[in-house]
Design a protein around this ligand. Structure first.
Ligand code: NIG
Ligand code: FE
Length: 429
């Protein structure tokens, strides 16, 4: 790990600045604008981006000439450099993999059937409830480092495998401690409403009250979460309960986001009045709701890793993009439906399975991910004043980011000015 106050990355083959003349999440044709500079250079100091341009311009810059001796230079010949990925949907606080579910699906059981039979999310609770904070923190930091090794510099992290007041607060404390130990940026989300735990099976309304009247107020008071999420679907929470949870979150000053339309359709319009930063999964959405979304700033976040792993069909990204809905991409890293830390793999799925162009997938995994977390002003593009979050890949062309799969060509990442080595093999191709 290198922590240097000033870093100059130069000779970048393709530098994807993702700068834009507009503000807010990108829609339609804007999703293809990468703002490419060839033979680019970017200067970072004090954890921020100072200047962005060509290598020639950087070397002529008077500030560079004056401070040359104190600047650490990194030669990026043969590399593509872009803003670090913003993975805006992950569930990293869990104790172990769910191998029984995995094998049952292979022999024909569906995600919903496994959940009904007591597997699924509920089978992750015991592990989280009985594992210590320090052990969980070690696992979460390890996951963040794996994400960073593949180009991710900002991660949204949800609780949601404790599902009791104490273990949800413990999960949020684990996220806070992991954020302290990792140089990247972490946005914490309370997902106390992931499913109804078995203790409340006969009284789900009481569990909703527990979320609204205990978990949300405490998470807000202790500033343990910025967002409240709810899994609104068959077998999880009804639209009515989800609205109650959104209202409680807003009442306590927290922003909202939700898992929507993964297994079945829910009418989205009633939720838009709460201004969710993002609605995620979005496999089942009506044309009317797509039109409503297009008029809002709510981002539709696709998590195709879950579709891949569960064998579900993919959301129709082209329909959303054509209607003008801002779309983002995230891993949904979790033990049940998407055990991958890799944003490049998600980009690959978006291109091959959802027919997004490589440029659209990159914008969705950076700029729009940042907007989906309310961080569009600080992250998701390379512009002076923004956070020094970069990902460098040992490839010559940006399209290769989504082209190679189950490979990792990330050479290094820069997280708030701290450089971490990726796991690319030098000269691999
Ligand atoms: O985003 N759908 C709800 N939550 C997760 C899955 C969680 C799990 O199965 O453990 C998701 O896919
Ligand atoms: Fe999820």
């Amino acid at each position: 790990m290198r922590k240097s106050t000033s870093l100059l990355f130069l000779n970048i083959e393709q530098m994807l600045t993702l700068r834009s003349s507009t503000t807010g999440p990108r829609r339609g044709a804007q999703l293809n604008e990468l703002g490419i500079i060839r033979d680019g250079a970017v200067l970072c100091a004090g954890g921020k981006i100072v200047s962005v341009g060509t290598t020639k311009q950087a070397l002529r810059d008077p500030w560079y000439r004056k401070h040359k001796k104190t600047i650490h230079e990194v030669d990026c010949s043969g590399m593509v450099v872009l803003p670090g990925f913003v993975d805006s949907h992950t569930h990293p606080v869990f104790a172990g993999p769910r191998l029984i579910d995995f094998e049952e699906r292979i022999t024909g059981a569906t995600y919903a059937e496994i959940a009904e039979a007591g597997g699924g999310i509920r089978s992750s609770l015991e592990g989280v409830r009985k594992t210590s904070k320090s052990v969980l923190t070690r696992k979460v930091v390890a996951a963040f480092n794996e994400m960073a090794a593949q180009g991710t510099t900002t991660v949204e992290a949800k609780s949601g495998y404790g599902l009791s007041f104490d273990s949800e607060m413990k999960s949020l404390e684990v996220i806070r401690e992991s954020a302290r130990q990792w140089p990247g940026t972490v946005v914490a989300t309370l997902l106390g409403a992931h499913v109804v735990p078995s203790e409340f099976k006969q009284k789900p309304d009481e569990y909703v009250t527990e979320v609204c009247e205990k978990m949300i107020p405490q998470a807000a008071r202790r500033k343990l979460a910025q967002f409240v999420d709810v899994f609104c679907d068959k077998g999880a929470f009804t639209a009515e309960a989800s609205e109650k949870i959104f209202a409680a979150a807003r009442k306590h000053g927290l922003s909202v986001r939700a898992h929507m339309g993964q297994l079945s359709e829910t009418k989205l319009q009633p939720f838009l009045k709460f201004h969710p930063a993002s609605l995620d999964h979005m496999d089942h959405v009506s044309s009317e709701d797509i039109a409503h979304l297009a008029k809002s700033d709510t981002v539709a976040t696709f998590v195709p890793g879950a579709n891949y792993f569960l064998g579900h069909s993919y959301p129709d990204a082209r329909r959303f993009i054509a209607a003008g809905v801002p779309v983002a991409l995230a891993t949904d890293y979790n033990p049940g439906s998407s055990p991958t830390p890799s944003m490049p793999f998600i980009l690959s799925l978006a291109c091959t399975q959802m027919k997004m162009s490589p440029a659209e997938a990159i914008v969705a995994g950076t700029t729009n991910g940042a907007w989906a977390l309310g961080l569009g002003g600080a992250k998701g593009s390379m512009e002076p004043g923004k956070d020094a979050d970069l990902a460098a890949f040992r490839v010559n062309d940006y399209r290769e980011l989504a082209y190679w799969f189950a490979a990792n060509y990330c050479d290094f990442t820069v997280l708030n000015g701290t450089m971490l080595k990726g796991s690319a093999v030098n000269g691999a191709r």
